[in-house]
Write a protein that binds this ligand. Structure first.
Ligand code: SF4
Length: 144
């Protein structure tokens, strides 16, 4: 069984009320058992909602109490992001999930600092996106 960010499977759970369908991952629905997870919804946030950003560090820092998650109105969503991360972890453990595919560039699901090839500069460089809160927790627990 595989856990996948719900928005990649067509669930309209993003902050803007839209999905981010990934056809290759949606094709897996035909052959694999899939657990859709949306940590922001699991943390109690509504859809649509104001977009949130990491402030003062990455998802690891948020888990350690050294950074926050703030939405575009300045509201502190740190608690919801941490609760959503642990709720996702509980579901993944219950279902004995071995693999996870998470949406990139997200303050919850994003797995940051990947090395990418730039055709502009013809060299490899690190992505500017930080690891999100749920991604950080799942990395620490060995699921990513
Ligand atoms: S929290 Fe994850 S699954 Fe939910 S909308 Fe954001 S990227 Fe998609």
């Amino acid at each position: 069984m595989i856990a996948i960010s719900a928005c990649l499977l067509g669930f309209k759970c993003r902050y803007d009320g839209k999905s981010k369908k990934n056809l290759a991952l949606m094709k897996l629905l035909e052959s694999e058992k899939i657990l859709p997870i949306c940590p922001e919804k699991l943390g109690g946030l509504t859809t649509p909602r104001a977009p949130s950003s990491l402030l003062g560090g990455d998802g690891f820092d948020v888990l350690d109490g050294k950074a926050k998650v703030i939405n575009s109105y300045g509201d502190d969503n740190t608690k919801a992001f941490i609760e959503g991360a642990y709720a996702a972890l509980d579901m993944i453990r219950e279902q004995k999930i071995k693999r996870c595919f998470l949406k990139d560039k997200s303050p919850s699901c994003g797995v940051g600092c990947r090395t990418q090839f730039s055709q502009e500069t013809n060299e490899y460089k690190n992505s500017k996106y930080l690891t999100g809160v749920t991604a950080a927790l799942l990395i620490r627990k060995g699921y990513i």
